[in-house]
Design a protein around this ligand. Sequence first.
Ligand code: GLY
Ligand code: MN
Ligand code: MN
Length: 474
Amino acid sequence: MDQPTDSSLHRPAADAPAIDVYRGRRERVLAALRAMGGGVAIVPTAPEVLRNRDTDYAYRHDSYFYYLTGFSEPEALLVLDASAAAGEPAAILFCRARNVERETWEGFRYGPDAARTTFGFDAAFASDEIDTQLPRILAGKPALHYALASSAALDEQVRRWLDAVRAQGRSGVTAPTAAHDLLPLLDDMRLFKDAHELDIMRRAARISAAAHCRAMAACRPGMREYEIEAELLYTFRKHGAQAPAYGSIVAAGANACVLHYPAGNAIAREGDLVLIDAACELDGYASDITRTFPASGRFTPAQRELYEIVLAAQKAAIDATRAGVSFDAPHEAAVRVLAQGLLDTGIIDRTQFSSVDDVIAERAYTRFYMHRTGHWLGMDVHDCGDYRERAAAADAQSDAAPPWRTLRPAMTLTIEPGLYVRAAEDVPERYWDIGIRIEDDAIVTEHGCELITRDVPVEADEIEALMREARAPA
Ligand code: GLY
Ligand code: MN
Ligand code: MN
């Protein structure tokens, strides 16, 4: 399989924020809040976090805030006033003021004026005006909408702002009397990706696929996991991705049986499989790819047997991913194939289970497949959004879990079955310490799904071919 060329991954030249996209999302939130009787929504971005003396962790904006603003500076907060009178600002940004000295050390800041025009807000103020402006904005408004009880700091800020409004009570000002959790509304919006998001996610996926190709091509027996990780990180940054979307998993040999094993010092030896679960974040969107390949470039017969089972499970899950089916359908399809494979190989004792249905009913497969087959993917690698329908009031008393959510077009999710066989006396020795996961990213469509991560080979023969070509003398 051809590896993507460098030029095919280059970012488009235009980097101006997509004002209309973010404004459109804010308008949808405002319309939804007006339909609920109005009130004021407050969405802060993420705080900066100290790593150690004078050094912060790499800054990452809050996903909800960025979804509604496209603004990635710290110390910012969005206010959406769904009860604003006609002609009053409804979308208000608070952000850092310009500061020549700080900008000399830390770089450019938009400041309120440029942020307002560049990002299309109705009004913008400096962050140090938050505590004076918020009580003014909240005065006389019926309700507050924010990420209820998700951050002690935000809850405390809200309490202070409400106190400040109530302090004006003698002049006839009323404070909001209701607080609502804003996140379910935003979660349901974020669950369905718009064209702007899907474009970024496809580009993120292609960069991550190129990184996997590069790591496979570079891998030789004797390399350490961190050396292989370096090939991934190089490729992410080389193509403009800002960061890994999550801690890279590069697991040689038995380490692949540790689900969230971070790339370490272990040597990938001749005969080992290497499991890489790593992908980039591009412009605020995650990708998430896993491939498992032989360090030597050739699968052993036992490795290939299990690889083909996991790949068949993934194909079954992909076939089951389409609009109108339950979120659980791909998982059920994958589990059936994996359970059959565990019986066929004797990893699950055929004398104890008479059929694949028994293995599934007894959940015997969970010793070797202990995670689900997918999760929502988007701004966060494990993206927001309920996996089950919200219980209707009448059902709320029932002990039964509400039904799984139905897949719809423009939802995005991963498809990632695996098998993890640790050494154990009751398991055939040829399979010991083999861990395999295969993970691709999919956009749900009306009649199926679009796999956006398939620029990296997945068939065992194609993986071997890529590795063989990489070793061939020029
Ligand atoms: N990389 C984390 C996951 O696959 O869920
Ligand atoms: Mn995943
Ligand atoms: Mn993953």
